[in-house]
Design a protein around this ligand. Sequence first.
Ligand code: GLU
Length: 530
Amino acid sequence: MSSTSSATSPARSSSNPPAGAKKVRTRIAPSPTGDPHMGTAYIALFNMVYAHSQGGEFLVRIEDTDQARSTPESEATILDALRWLNIEWTEGPDVGGPHGPYRQSERQDIYRGYADQLVSQGDAFPCFCSNERLDEMRATQRAEGKTTRYDGLCQSIAPAEAAKQIAAGDAHVIRLVVPVDGTFSFEDALRGTIEIPWQQVDMQILLKSDGMPTYHLAVVVDDHLMEISHVMRGEEWINSVPKHARLYDALGWEMPIHAHLPLLRNPDSSKLSKRKNPTSVTYYRDMGYLPEAVANYLGRMGWSMPDEREIFSLPEMQDAFSLERISLGGPVFDIDKLNWLNGEYLRALSEDEFAERAIAWFTQGNRLRALVPLIHQRTNRFADIAPQVDYLVGDRADLTADDFDHKRVASDQARQILDHALRSFDESRGWERDGIFAICTTLAEGLELKLKDFLGPLFVAIGGKAVTLPLFDSMALLGADVTRMRLRSALEALGGVSKKETKRFEKSWRALIARSEAEIVTVDKEDSGS
Ligand code: GLU
């Protein structure tokens, strides 16, 4: 076993590959566990543009090995979002292709075969350790100031003995053998040589006890079988490369070229997060951004045209693309800048095009139809519709602190309500009316407020006025991203939250959630009679 990867030389050239060179094939591999993230769209765009600039191919693979968190709805919204941005793929779960299936949950047997091969070669081993033992081991390592890492206990079980335990049905996972010392190094096509001591690399679980592969096994097997030549992904995956390289080595496969793109950042340079920015592509579609403007903006994240021009189309980007022009300083995703760029695109349309695009936006999907249950019984004339739904179809009015004045809660309390609602909405996975209602009642009870008083500041934050259509339905229709964005801007209108207050709010929110969870457990126990 070598402690360095086979040195593949990175291609840092925009010229076409020499005749006979391997075809460039790239992929985006989203996990369908939530909204379509802007970061996914950005990585997908760079992968597509790079592949096409080299006469290559780009594909979509769905990484749904986390069965508890993956949903078909999330997969569908991710594919829709990519399509909306004019990102095109020639192979994927929706279009098929010669290297399918393109959903990892449908490839289980393939991974198991390779896991067995790795075990028989001595490159992986079955591990029977219980969670309790692993917790204890990690606690001890932490107390000793060491990196937490599997200690290799089950590695010394003789294969015949392990086989006996497996035959007896003992729960086990398969772990990767990694070198205990030395340094791993590889060439990143954007970052040059990267070195990581093996000491920092864990004996990664490859196959879980339910037989599902982990990301690490599946990604290597699939990238190889799908003939991916360039793995271009976010920089958060750099530390996984040693494990992947170990697998390529053990399976006797050539490792693709790796290029780790810089992560998108909030304007305060923290990692782009829904806490600070709308991150879902759906938000931008629903707020009336043009897909070509959003794609143009994403193309400027860490990359620039040779002539530094700010406005360009995807085909123009493709013609001028080279990896050398990617800069590694964290690209800042700035909504104000995007608003400006989108405005440029809108103003460049002819009036007819503008009309056509605006009407398409007003009527997109089921948007207007979905409002009908809310307004039907409240409408005398169709002319009454627009004022009722203004904040649902468009943005709400800008707020000032005075807008919250007549509410029964004081400004400090209003800030706490908005802050706590934001925290709970950030954590919530689903987004439908009943779930939002449940969150609000829990918070109101926790803060010892009548639901009506608790909701006061939320009415203003969402609708910009004291009286709106029903609040929970409004939030459900607006979607999680728009809702969060409005709560954040309402908090700003109320003077923002100081660092000290943030700490206080976080503590009180955590305590409140812990109390309500404890109550749920007690109720469950009573229900089950234990
Ligand atoms: N499924 C991983 C993700 O959601 C993909 C990482 C990779 O591209 O290797 O980011």
